[in-house]
Design a protein around this ligand. Structure first.
Ligand code: SF4
Length: 500
């Protein structure tokens, strides 16, 4: 008897990324720049499969949906979280539902769009999703296909593409409450909508993962109360997972062989905050409790905010000490942070909450202070800036260029991405910047950012990649050297062409 419900994802999400989520961003590079055989070995090695074809380490979001199904009447005989390589064996005549998680199903997400505008080509995640959907077993047995995950909005705004891909229903938002009901309807041959908003999980309900996750990532908080207008989490209610639940999820990961934990949250410093103020004791206690679990060798966090760090430097110091950062054991960790702009005007218009408790006009100083606090405490800020926000003028771009240049002394990464109007955000009706819409000043900003990155990449990789196999180290150093030449020249040409 086969599985009624098969949960899976495209191949770019079925990897442990050599134990470093940072490599996962490489999936935003378009297909064709690097040959597949090389790309997947270097950045996105194939995730391990269990003997039954299930994926050993899966992304946390899909684990949460799996957990919600198991807590809502389905059994392990009904569902499997499948490795995409085994899809032809696991989708059978018994399979009625195929549920796919995707970060960027059409390759039009902000990071992918930026790179396709720079290099041309198609987003790798879109290519791999199409390949998955063309699997012979899916064509043959025709299960009803659901798609969720961070990129689901793309198929809602492009219904023709949804149809063309053969996807029956798109779930935008949280899946834990919505998926069990929806799947029960589908199994009873009832009508299902082509697109639905997932019901936001609130209150004290937590679906605890029942299997290990990629790089041991577990969800410490969900949502973000800073409410930036371009951002999807801005619409969610912030909630913190109790330490007791997290400890149990760490145990599941340790039993499966993980040795470290990434605490996920849009701003980890807002763990158990009652608003936008850092609850220093709760955050430090969280890191202490998790790091002291026997078997845990390291702990990191996915995202943090510069305003939290600037408003509570003592919290950053305490976390750094707790995690023994700056020692030979753990030289550095990296957190993702958002700069977005150097313009107080754009902060005030689109993301006032990002600066809180500081004022919008203080933003450039908040960013500089935040970078200093993080790097003094051995945390590398991996940041984003956004080009083409609605209402942006040359003066705003110039202010961002100045800020990027002022950040040069700090060991960090600055990734410029192009504004994309995403559905479910407050800017969903705005226009995303088009390929020929980038001005010479935008390209100057790209140049300042990538010059910063190529200055710091070799220095960061020296410690960050010190446990990588020698062959991978050699490959990465070669890519950094040739990438510096290739990318910077490409941007300089764009400046010349758009100026003439
Ligand atoms: S601070 Fe970050 S996660 Fe929060 S709303 Fe703004 S962009 Fe989104």
């Amino acid at each position: 008897m086969g599985y009624k419900i098969v949960l899976t994802m495209d191949r770019t999400m079925a990897s442990d990324y050599h134990g470093s989520l940072f490599y996962g961003f490489s999936a935003c590079f378009p297909q064709g720049i690097l040959p597949d055989w090389f790309f997947y070995r270097a950045f996105c090695p194939n995730g391990k499969a269990n003997p039954d074809g299930s994926l050993r380490f899966a992304n946390c979001g899909t684990r949460k949906v799996e957990s919600a199904l198991l807590d809502n009447g389905f059994t392990k005989n009904d569902i499997i979280l499948a490795h995409p390589d085994y899809i032809d064996e696991l989708v059978t005549e018994d399979t009625k539902i195929l549920s796919i998680s995707s970060n960027d199903p059409l390759g039009i997400g902000p990071a992918t769009s930026t790179f396709t505008k720079l290099f041309g080509g198609e987003g790798r995640m879109a290519v791999k999703l199409r390949e998955l959907l063309n699997s012979p077993s899916i064509k043959r047995y025709k299960p009803r296909i659901f798609l969720g995950g961070p990129g689901a909005w793309q198929l809602r705004v492009n219904p023709d593409k949804r149809k063309e891909l053969g996807i029956n229903c798109v779930v935008v938002g949280d899946g834990e409450i919505t998926a069990p009901d929806l799947f029960k309807k589908a199994l009873n041959n009832k009508d299902i909508p082509k697109s639905i908003n997932g019901i936001t999980l609130d209150g004290d309900r937590f679906f605890k993962i029942k299997g290990p996750t990629i790089t041991g990532l577990i969800e410490a908080t969900r949502g973000c109360a800073r409410s930036c207008k371009f951002c999807v989490p801005s619409l969610k209610k912030i909630r913190s997972t109790p330490v007791s639940v997290l400890k149990n999820e760490v145990k599941i990961n340790l039993e499966a062989g993980q040795r470290g934990v990434i605490l996920h949250g849009e701003d980890i410093f807002l763990y158990q905050s009652d608003g936008l103020r850092v609850n220093g004791d709760a955050v430090v206690n969280l890191f202490k409790e998790i790091y002291s679990i026997p078997g845990v060798k390291w702990v990191s966090a996915s995202h943090a905010s510069l305003s939290s760090a600037s408003s509570s430097p003592r919290t950053v110091e305490k976390i750094s000490k707790t995690l023994e950062l700056g020692t030979n054991l753990h030289p550095t960790k990296s957190f993702q942070v958002g700069i977005e702009t150097g313009s107080p005007k754009l902060i005030s218009t689109h993301m006032k909450g990002k600066a809180y408790p500081f004022k919008a006009e203080e933003w450039p100083d908040v960013v500089k202070d935040g970078f200093k606090i993080f790097t003094d405490n051995h945390i590398i800020p991996c940041s984003t800036i956004i080009l083409g926000l609605p209402g942006e003028t040359d003066d705003d771009i110039q202010k961002t260029i100045n800020l990027v240049k002022a950040l040069r002394p700090y060991k960090s990464v600055i990734v410029p991405i192009i504004f994309t109007a995403m559905q479910t955000t407050k800017l969903e009706n705005e226009k995303s910047i088009q390929k020929d819409g980038l001005t010479p000043l935008h390209w100057e900003l790209m140049l300042a950012s990538w010059e910063h990155n190529f200055y710091w990449f070799p220095r960061i990789y020296k410690t960050y990649g010190r446990e990588n196999p020698l062959i991978l180290k050699t490959v990465i150093h070669t890519i950094i050297k040739s990438g510096k030449f290739y990318i910077l020249n490409k941007i300089r040409k764009k400046i010349k062409n758009t100026s003439s």
